[in-house]
Design a protein around this ligand. Structure first.
Ligand SMILES: Cc1ncc(COP(=O)(O)O)c(C=O)c1O
Length: 398
């Protein structure tokens, strides 16, 4: 995702404003900051953009997940249903909360399948955390119905899908809370940063407090603030927020460009009968950060991913063999290798992550290639890539 590709005068100007005041921190120093509140402004603009009630900006997407879990009351001993195709942060946050990640299958949306959620529900299930992977949506309406029916907390990991919508509604706003990442490889970047959004004032208040040692953020003397709850420090700095603010204001331009690039590839590849596309419950809402497609079988997908690389078509990920995003290679999770004992290791009846088998997800992931869509490509580069992709697919008889 293109956050790392753009850094221009707008970002520089925002950062210089912060440097000009010397107030590099999001809280306090009201006089010295001369009316400049970058984190606060980012929060207001993101909430407005997503048409949601509240936003709390924090230090990372991982922090956002931890904050959302705490703010929604998910903690020790609770089971949280997560997908096996995600970034490790999703289950790490669950483990940090003292809760138990329970894996359910994905479907061809590349996200949690509603029917597989039903299969792993137990008396301990407290939350469902779908991940809108690679820029587009899970079947979030169906997932929400299950959560409503069962009284479960719904937290959307929207770290990879800022700007995507489902039936016109922003992803991240369907559940109790939605989490975003603004790291180096996200749709927009703060350098490092994250955000929690919610429509629920109580969840927002707890998120705001939890992310800053429980502070109630009332008044203008930090030393006199009350502690609403036990918390931690997940604060973002004003410098990071300043970069993100400039980037947020470019979001429409980013989405437009990504969508145009993606369409060019999709149109050009439409003639290859051996390829099928990722299922998109609402194609118009795709943020178009990736073009994800399926090959007829895993052997061919692996081979074609390698051939695309050799042909100079970079950033075509074969996640099935990659350590980054799929459970198959997460040896540290399977053996629960941690720096120190985890709360989960004090519990009974745990899932056996080492023996966990998800053949449905394996068969989907084995056939999948996801090509990153970049902003910086020129029209000539797009044409050259299309030509090279065509050569590889033709040689494979697709
Ligand atoms: C799906 C998903 N969730 C969470 C995160 C964590 O975000 P961060 O790197 O900002 O902590 C990422 C980042 O790659 C992600 O892709």
């Amino acid at each position: 995702m293109p956050g790392f590709e753009i850094f221009g005068d707008e970002e520089r100007k925002q950062v210089e404003e912060v440097l000009g005041t010397g107030v590099l921190f999001r809280y306090g120093f009201d006089q010295a900051r001369r009316g400049r509140w970058k984190a606060r402004t980012f929060e207001t603009e993101l909430a407005r953009r997503l048409e949601t009630g509240y936003c709390h900006l924090c230090s990372s997407g991982t922090a956002a997940l931890s904050i959302a879990l705490a703010a929604c009351g998910v903690g020790a001993g609770d089971e949280v249903i997560v997908p096996p195709f995600t970034f490790v942060a999703t289950f790490e946050a669950v483990l940090q909360a003292g809760a138990v990640p329970v894996f359910a299958d994905i479907d061809e949306t590349l996200c949690l399948a509603p029917e597989s959620i039903e299969k792993v529900l137990t008396k301990r299930t407290r939350a469902v955390m779908p991940v809108h992977m690679c820029g587009a949506m899970a079947r979030i309406d169906e997932i929400r119905i299950i959560c409503d029916r069962k009284g479960l907390v719904l937290i959307e990991d929207t770290c990879q899908a800022l700007g995507a919508t489902f039936n016109g509604q922003a992803l991240g706003t369907f559940g109790h809370a939605g989490c975003f990442s603004f790291d180096s490889v996200k749709t927009i970047t703060c350098g490092e940063g994250g955000g929690v959004v919610t429509n629920d004032r109580d969840i927002y208040k707890r998120a705001d407090a939890y992310a800053d040692h429980g502070h109630d953020h009332m008044g203008d003397d930090r030393g006199l603030e009350d502690h609403l709850i036990l918390g931690s420090n997940f604060r973002i700095s004003e410098l990071n927020a300043a970069v993100g603010l400039a980037q947020l204001r470019k979001l429409d331009w980013i989405l437009e460009k990504q969508r145009a690039h993606k369409k060019a590839f999709k149109d050009a590849m439409a003639g290859f009968a051996g390829i099928t596309w990722r299922r998109l419950p609402d194609e118009a809402g795709d943020s178009a950060t990736f073009l994800s497609f399926f090959l007829p079988d895993a052997a061919r997908a692996g081979r074609i991913a390698a051939k695309l690389k050799d042909a100079g078509v970079d950033s075509c990920f074969y996640w099935f063999d990659n350590n980054w995003h799929y459970l198959r290679h997460w040896g540290h999770l399977k053996k629960l290798i941690s720096a120190a004992r985890l709360p989960i290791q004090l519990m009974d009846n745990l899932p056996d992550y080492d023996r966990l088998e998800l053949p449905v997800s394996d068969s989907i992931m084995g056939r999948l290639i996801s090509m990153q869509i970049k902003l910086s490509w020129t029209a000539e580069e797009v044409d050259r890539r299309i030509e090279n992709i065509g050569k590889v697919l033709k040689a494979e008889g697709l």
